[in-house]
Every structure is written in C-alpha cells, then in structure tokens.
Ligand binder design. Structure first.
Ligand code: AP5
Length: 227
C-alpha cells in the first residue's frame, strides 16, 4: 500500500464472522457519525459485476466461500481509500481479514501519521450465522439490508430508505458456502482479535442481541474512541 498520503480520520474496523451484522451496523454508524462504510465484500461484488480483472479473479473464490488473495483486496481498498469522501473517516467492514492485510493497513496509515482508532469485534455464535445469512436480502436500489424474520421493511415489499421495490439475495448466501466462510473466518480472520488486542485498539461486543441494542453499544465505543 505505497504512495497514499491522504489523511483519513477516524479509522474504525468491524471484525466478525459472516452474518455477524458488520454491514448492518456499519450502515447505522455511517448515518450517525457521517463516516464512510467501506465493505471489501461490496467492492469485490462490484468488481465482479463490472467484469474487471480483479472481479474475474475473485468470482469463483467468493462463490466457494474462500478468501480472495491479499494483493487483490489490498489494491482495491487502497484505491477506494484514496477517494476524497474517505477523508471524513471510514468504517472498514470485512477488512482486514488476514494478518497480511492488517499489516498492510498499519503501513498505509503510518505513512500519513495515522492509526486505527478502534477495532471492534462483533461476537456471535456460529449457530446463529446460518439463520441470519439464509434470511438476508437487500434493496437492489440503495443496498439497505433486511432479514426475512429479524428486519423487515415497515411496508412489505418497499424499501424504508429509498422506496424501491426491487430486492436481491447474494449468490454466496447458501448453506455450503456459509460453512466455508465460517471456516475461513476462524482460520484466517479470528487471529486478528489478538492482533488488535496487542495493539491496544480492541473492543468486543456481544452481538447476539437485538440490532438496536448492539448499535447503542457500538455508538458508545465509537464516541469514546473518536473523542
Ligand atoms: P462479505 O461481503 O464481507 O461477507 P461476510 O464477511 O461473509 O459478511 P456478511 O456480509 O455475510 O455479513 P455481515 O456481518 O455484514 O452481516 P449483515 O449485517 O449482512 O464477503 C464476501 C466474500 O468476499 C468473502 O467470503 C470473501 O470471499 C470476499 N472478501 C471480502 N472481503 C475480503 C477480504 N478482506 N479479504 C479476502 N476476501 C474478502 O447481517 C446478516 C443478516 O442478519 C442480515 O439479514 C441482517 O438484517 C441480520 N442481522 C444483523 N444483525 C442482526 C441481529 N443482531 N439480530 C438478528 N439479525 C441480524
């Protein structure tokens, strides 16, 4: 991650397994604190839809529920961080996911005299993940996330945010892929909890409760970390 000198503040990281609620909470933090949500999953899905070289390389890997190569993800994230809206601060959702990615992020921030303000782990039971993921859908227009049971639009079939009526489900939200995604999380991403604990940046939240109560816990951590 060389050559980026833009100042970005604050820098928040949401850690957690697939379906933990990273995207749901990142969007709420974005609204509450005026930050920018950066989801590497969304950036990769965009690259796949556009048929870029990175997207072509990522497609099969994502469908198998494995991690896309560090270099592809780091390049995509670096390019996105260089865009001017990120200067008001970012919530990294799904990045970093390996120690190599975490070290690359540290280096990028160091180059511009910055550091991570908080890495927050959303702690959940594996068993809840399949239920959360299998009921998930999003608005095709604005990306607002919903769930068949846990978060339905106020008016059935109409997005609360943009009033769109077209919804979609992700190709990798099926039982087999979820099992691989959980395996990848435990093997490659969970060690980052220790990584950020050692760096003195880690907070943990019990993310088995209701969406709004987790949002309140998270907002309190973010307020303290960015005060
Ligand atoms: P990505 O898109 O990042 O998927 P993920 O990590 O598997 O996480 P999800 O988006 O599935 O879950 P989430 O935690 O955001 O949960 P959500 O808020 O939607 O990555 C996809 C793929 O891209 C990876 O498998 C990999 O191949 C690749 N990739 C991405 N980043 C990479 C990287 N850095 N390196 C390498 N490869 C990378 O919530 C889920 C559902 O539950 C929703 O319906 C929601 O409404 C509901 N819900 C949320 N909170 C609650 C709650 N508290 N109670 C009940 N329901 C809830």
């Amino acid at each position: 991650m060389d050559g980026a000198t833009t100042v970005i503040a604050p820098v928040l990281i949401l850690l957690g397994p697939p379906g933990a609620g990273k995207g749901t909470q990142a969007r709420m933090l974005e609204e509450k604190f005026g930050l920018v949500q950066l989801s590497t999953g969304d950036l990769l899905r965009e690259a796949v839809a556009q048929g870029t070289e990175a997207g072509k390389a990522a497609k099969a890997v994502m469908e198998a529920g494995e991690l896309v190569s560090d270099q592809i993800v780091i390049d995509i994230l670096r390019d996105r961080l260089a865009q001017s809206d990120c200067q008001r601060g970012v919530i990294l959702d799904g990045f970093p996911r390996t120690t190599v990615q975490a070290q690359a992020l540290d280096k990028l921030l160091e180059e511009s005299g910055q550091k991570i303000d908080a890495a927050i782990s959303l702690d959940v039971d594996d068993a809840a993940m399949v239920t959360r993921i299998s009921g998930r859908y999003t608005c095709a227009g604005c990306g607002e996330g919903y769930h068949d049971t846990f978060k339905q639009p106020a008016t059935a079939g109409t997005c609360d945010k943009c009033q769109g009526t077209d919804f979609k489900r992700r190709a990798d939200d099926n039982a087999e892929t979820v099992a691989s995604r959980l395996e990848a999380y435990h093997a490659q991403t969970a060690p980052l909890i220790d990584y950020y604990a050692k760096a003195g940046a880690l907070s943990r939240i019990d993310a088995m409760g209701a969406i709004d109560s987790i949002a309140a816990d998270l907002a309190a951590i973010v307020k303290t970390a960015t005060a």
